[in-house]
Design a protein around this ligand. Structure first.
Ligand SMILES: [Zn+2]
Ligand SMILES: [Zn+2]
Length: 342
């Protein structure tokens, strides 16, 4: 079989790899598709070498079918369509004991801290398997993991039907957050400077504001008839994004920090005080978020077709990374990891 390895210094190389075997409590998954995300690009550029030791197989957004089960695995059988919730927690730290295992202080993120899914077959603990309905397209199912991120973000916001929501950043995660908020009955406005991403957001049915040509705060004020938004999601990871997400909120608004901010940001705390705002952190997901993500994809609430820009074969994994890394007119890139591509 074949696997795409991160070789360090911006290099992905595809090579033959030994066939994995399922030990006790493990399963081997025949990987169908693996999505590449911003975290994978960070790894590619060497920013996470303290966690990914080259040569390492990465990839954590995937779909596939059970190939074989190790001893003691129950409820799963070869051929079952599945995805993986790529978190392994310790179960004993303070976060785990408080019931927040997804933010375990010793969390192992599968595909970063342990080998990932950019391969034909992948061995994982059976506990991380999430079954998929038979009628969910396995291409779309590669979006379950980022959709679960969005479900967690929206759940953390406490958004309810009828509320007006601003999503700052219209990349794949931003549009997934918008789609999940809409599925819960919210009205969604997306702030996005790229005309390509703005057009995808419009096609997905969202109101869009371009912050380079429009006054975002004034636009939101008019859109909410002076009230301000109930919830904003900062998905851009930038200072201007953070400032926008704060200034669009009305009284008692909630701001969810979704984007990964590499530097400390300036926040107008007077506004937080004056309007009684709430600042909410949201990281990865819990099992219920994953199950909700599967359901939303299965019922067509997620615009999967608009989000998947390209699908490239495993042997061209390096090109798939290059496509995403080049930016421009791209949302999500998937790698087709099937040994025999139909
Ligand atoms: Zn990811
Ligand atoms: Zn723990």
């Amino acid at each position: 079989m074949r696997a795409a390895q991160y070789r360090g210094a911006g290099t992905i190389a595809v090579d033959s790899a030994p066939e994995p075997e399922a030990g006790p409590g493990e399963v081997v998954v025949s990987v169908s598709y693996t999505g590449i995300c911003g975290t994978d690009l960070h790894i590619l550029h060497g920013h996470m070498d303290h966690r990914v030791e080259p040569p390492g197989v990465i990839g954590h957004e995937m779909s596939g079918r059970i190939a074989s089960c190790g001893a003691g695995v129950e409820g799963l059988a070869p051929g079952d369509p599945v995805t993986v919730m790529p978190l392994v927690w310790c179960g004993t730290c303070a976060a785990c004991r408080a019931g927040h295992r997804h933010v375990c202080q010793r969390l192992v993120f599968v595909g970063i801290d342990s080998p990932g899914s950019l391969t034909n077959r992948w061995v994982v603990p059976a506990d991380v398997i999430v079954p998929l309905p038979a009628d969910l397209d396995l291409r779309d199912a590669a979006l379950v993991e980022p959709t679960a991120v969005a479900v967690h973000d929206v759940t953390r916001s406490g958004v309810v039907a009828g509320e007006k929501v601003v999503v700052v950043g219209g990349g794949p995660v931003g549009l997934l957050v918008g789609a999940v908020a809409r599925a819960r009955g919210a009205e969604v406005l997306v702030v996005e400077p790229s005309s390509f991403r703005g057009s995808v957001a419009r096609e997905a049915g969202f109101e869009v504001v371009d912050p380079t040509s429009d006054d975002v705060a004034a636009h939101v004020e008019a859109w909410t008839e002076g009230a301000g938004a109930a919830v904003s999601f900062e998905v851009s990871g930038t200072q201007p994004g953070m400032s926008s997400a704060l200034e669009v909120l009305g009284v008692r608004g909630r701001l969810v920090v979704v984007g990964i901010h590499a530097a400390a940001r300036e926040v107008d705390l007077h506004r937080v005080f004056w309007r009684e705002l709430t600042l909410v952190g949201a990281r990865v997901y819990e099992r219920a978020d994953f199950e909700e993500a599967v359901r939303l994809l299965a019922v067509g609430e997620i615009p999967a077709e608009l989000l998947i820009t390209a699908v490239q074969p495993l042997d061209e994994a390096a090109e798939a990374f290059a496509t995403l890394d080049a930016g421009g007119e791209v949302m999500k890139v998937l790698v087709d990891c099937r040994e025999e591509q139909a």
